[in-house]
Design a protein around this ligand. Structure first.
Ligand code: NIG
Ligand code: FE
Length: 386
């Protein structure tokens, strides 16, 4: 990542035209960043914003000693969000999701990947993606969408996994593709959820029908999700807390982007973080994301994720910034458009309240974003100045 000092940036038609010293063309409207840090807008490559109610009671159960998987097995977790989403009022749901997307902007995120996955029926999954598409039409965020019908087995197919896989493969994925509702397909590949073989069958169909592949892999147990991601040529393998050396090697061989989610580990109260330093050192293009969701990561803040990436994944502040911008864009195959400030790319940037990039992880739990610009237009400003 290149750091420039005392430069100007010319923005034209929403794109960066030039960055350099003393460009000073008088015909342009000038914005003075006041000597403050300017970075690319964050790209958050793993979020779950389409849910109805929050789950703070579960949070309390975890604080009192229950594990994420114990809560899930007792009918809480993802399946409780499914029941809630299916009975949501569509107008209220739209307002809630829109507000959640606004908050990404306030923390400097200008592009997100957003998944379905709390519907788990054809109707409710398709509606989740349609809702994202509808909101995206007039929201400043760029939103890339992911079909995550294989997030969990819904209650009605608890004892008939084959039937649900059949619906995913023969009904849901083809319809998602026909309506152009998703860019990618994801599966929660984990012991007790979708096995490696079940995940493979689902993802092969998605790939055949033209979707990019992502995987929730090796979050709790190293069951071979990383190897599967590599074998299928997935764009990303996400979580990877429990990944082993064979898994790391497999990702490296196929250039799969590891998307690490340290806010999830933190929020689940665990001390075991993904081996971010090791993955960076073998040459993987490590990315980070919030994993924003009601169960395991209730935050839209990439600055907080960057703090954790430094302290827990052992990345340097500059590496963590790269992981949350250009590497995150690579995991979505949109690195030609966003993720860095270079000639020809979208003028998506943040003006910060301080002047050094080290301030991003350092000013913890502080609203340190001053302004957010998307395609050359100011879309958010901190209230200190309004
Ligand atoms: O990415 N790991 C699986 N899915 C989500 C959690 C979803 C939930 O608990 O509602 C995640 O962490
Ligand atoms: Fe997730």
């Amino acid at each position: 990542m290149v750091v420039h000092h005392d430069v100007e940036m010319i923005v034209e038609d929403g794109a960066v035209k030039e960055i350099g010293k003393d460009l000073g063309s008088p015909e342009f409207e000038k914005v003075d960043a006041g000597g403050k840090l300017v970075t690319p807008g964050f790209v958050d490559p793993h979020t779950h914003p389409v849910f109805n109610e929050t789950r703070e009671l579960e949070y309390e159960m975890r604080v009192m000693g229950k594990s994420y998987m114990e809560i899930a097995e007792a009918g809480g977790g993802i399946r409780s969000s499914v029941r809630s989403l299916r009975s949501a009022n569509p107008v209220e749901l739209k307002m809630k999701v829109k507000k959640r997307l606004d908050r990404f902007l306030h923390y400097g995120t200008t592009t997100i990947e957003a998944k379905s996955g709390y519907g788990l029926s054809k109707e409710s999954e398709l509606n989740s993606l349609r809702l994202l598409k509808e909101i995206a039409q007039d929201h400043p965020l760029d939103i890339k969408t992911t079909f995550l019908g294989a997030h969990e087995y819904p209650d009605e197919y608890r004892d008939n996994h084959e039937k649900y896989i059949d619906i995913l493969i023969n009904e849901m994925i083809p319809q998602v593709v026909r309506e152009g509702l998703a860019d990618y397909c994801d599966v929660f590949c984990e012991e007790g959820v979708f096995s490696v073989d079940e995940s493979r069958r689902i993802l092969e169909v998605a790939k055949f029908l033209g979707l990019g592949l992502r995987l929730h892999a090796e979050e709790f147990k190293p069951i071979g999700g990383a190897q599967l991601a590599a074998k299928l040529g997935a764009l990303s393998a996400d979580h990877l807390v429990a990944i082993n050396d064979d898994g790391i090697l497999a990702l490296k061989e196929e250039n799969v982007v590891p998307v690490l989610l340290p806010a999830t580990t933190f929020f689940l109260g665990s001390d075991k973080y993904a081996p971010g330093r090791k993955m960076w050192d073998v040459g993987l293009q490590v990315a980070v994301a919030t994993d924003f969701n009601p169960g395991s990561s209730m935050t839209q803040s990439m600055p907080f994720v960057i703090t954790l990436a430094c302290l827990k994944l052992k990345l340097t502040p500059l590496e963590a910034l790269q992981a949350s911008t250009i590497n995150a864009a690579k995991s979505l195959r949109i690195e030609e458009i966003v993720g860095s400030l270079e000639s020809g790319k979208q003028a998506d940037f943040i003006i910060w309240k301080f002047n050094r990039y080290q301030g991003i992880p350092y000013f913890l739990a502080f609203q340190s974003v001053q302004q957010v610009w998307k395609k050359g237009v100011k879309v958010w400003e901190s209230c200190d100045n309004c």
